[in-house]
Write a protein that binds this ligand. Structure first.
Ligand SMILES: Cc1cc2nc3c(=O)[nH]c(=O)nc-3n(C[C@H](O)[C@H](O)[C@H](O)COP(=O)(O)O)c2cc1C
Length: 357
């Protein structure tokens, strides 16, 4: 008996199964505005219980990658309505992932007048793709002033309100994978000496203020968050107090009782394993927990049966298999992903993956 494929609920949302489509940046939003091609892509995958969209910038300052969408203009709200309608028509619920890239960025990817911002003026090692000049070193960001922090929080609040206006069932704060929120959480990227830097209570202030302000604006039952404890992506090295820091976050998020916490384990991709103890701490504090990272149907069933998580998210498998739940139900083979078209600009490798006959 498959738990994965049976209906369930997530707070106020009824879901047609326990499967989540993981957030995946696909760089098809020409001009940073979501379009009909993107609605087709999400609509094809609407047999998921829950879709979490690709990372969406809450403001022009958050547009670190080429051709990623935003949620700060009326044109973007209108564009997203196509996607939310397509997802709902297929029976899925859909959440907008709000991703401010912070220092993981390049000015060539950003509109005129925007700024590369981060908690401290420390560049992320590594390079960024730009359509104009291919790979470029990531720049030294500007350290955010107190005013910049207030403005960024206000941008997330406004983007969350726009998400609801566009028909989304809620938002997910992207606090994983080395982007702005994680840049505040981690001591290597946050060396501030004001109330947003120092102890974990201070490094967590930005994310917890965001959770509280966005919850006040749209309702705590519409707010999820994604974290990647022990993730090292985007120049986020391990450090001694990592486990204690994420235990503090689990406890603080548990008290807030938001829609869900989504924990991504990068170990299947070669990153350090996430200790079982930290996963158990999240399970202890969080009543609606989504687990992600390298899942097969078998491992998903086992983790659901053991109560280790409430929903399981699939990334690459959903990208290459629009009918992933039907394939799991049939025990059918999966399409292989085409890694050359992950971030290209058109329909090839995006909306042309075949479904079962
Ligand atoms: C093409 C691609 C783009 C991604 N973009 C995002 C993103 O925008 N936001 C995010 O939180 N994770 C992103 N991820 C990570 C996935 O959500 C997922 O957690 C990861 O692929 C591991 O899960 P999987 O093994 O099921 O694919 C991306 C992954 C891929 C392959």
């Amino acid at each position: 008996m498959s738990l994965l494929l049976t209906p369930t609920t997530l707070g106020p949302l009824s879901l047609q199964n326990h499967m989540v489509m993981s957030p995946m940046t696909r760089s098809r939003a020409i001009g940073n505005v979501p379009n009909a091609l993107m609605a087709t892509y999400y609509g094809q995958r609407a047999s998921a219980g829950l879709i979490v969209t690709e990372g969406i910038a809450p403001s022009p300052n958050g547009l670190g990658y080429a051709r990623i969408p935003g949620l700060y203009s009326q044109a973007q709200v209108e564009g997203w309505k196509l996607t939310t309608a397509a997802a709902h028509a297929g029976g899925a619920r859909i959440i907008a992932q709000l991703m401010h890239t912070g220092r993981v960025s390049h000015p060539l990817n950003m509109p005129a007048g925007s700024r590369v911002l981060a908690p401290s003026a420390i560049a992320a090692k590594g390079q960024m793709w730009t359509d104009q000049s291919q790979m470029q070193d990531q720049p030294v960001p500007e350290a955010m002033t107190a005013g910049d922090i207030l403005a960024a929080i206000q941008e997330y609040v406004a983007a969350s309100q726009h998400a609801i206006a566009a028909g989304f069932d809620g938002v997910e704060l992207h606090a994983a994978n080395g982007y702005l929120i994680e840049q505040f959480i981690r001591p290597t990227s946050n060396q501030r000496t004001d109330s947003y830097g120092g102890s974990i209570e201070r490094r967590a202030k930005f994310v917890l203020e965001l959770v509280d302000r966005v919850s006040t604006a749209i309702g705590s039952d519409k707010v999820g968050i994604r974290l990647s404890p022990f993730g090292t992506f985007n120049d986020m090295p391990l450090y001694d107090a990592m486990e204690e820091d994420y235990a503090y976050l689990a406890e603080q998020l548990g008290v807030r009782d938001i829609l869900y916490v989504h924990v991504l384990d990068h170990s299947a991709g070669g990153a350090p394993p996430v200790p079982d103890a930290i996963k158990a701490t999240f399970r202890q504090h969080i009543s609606r927990l989504i687990l992600a990272g390298g899942y097969t149907a078998e491992r998903a069933e086992a983790d659901l049966a053991a109560g280790r998580g409430d929903l399981i998210a699939f990334g690459v498998p959903f990208l290459a298999n629009p009918d992933l739940p039907a394939r799991f139900a049939a025990g059918a083979a999966l399409n292989a992903p085409d890694f050359t078209t992950l971030y290209s600009a058109d329909a090839k490798g995006y909306t042309d993956y075949p479904v079962l006959a």
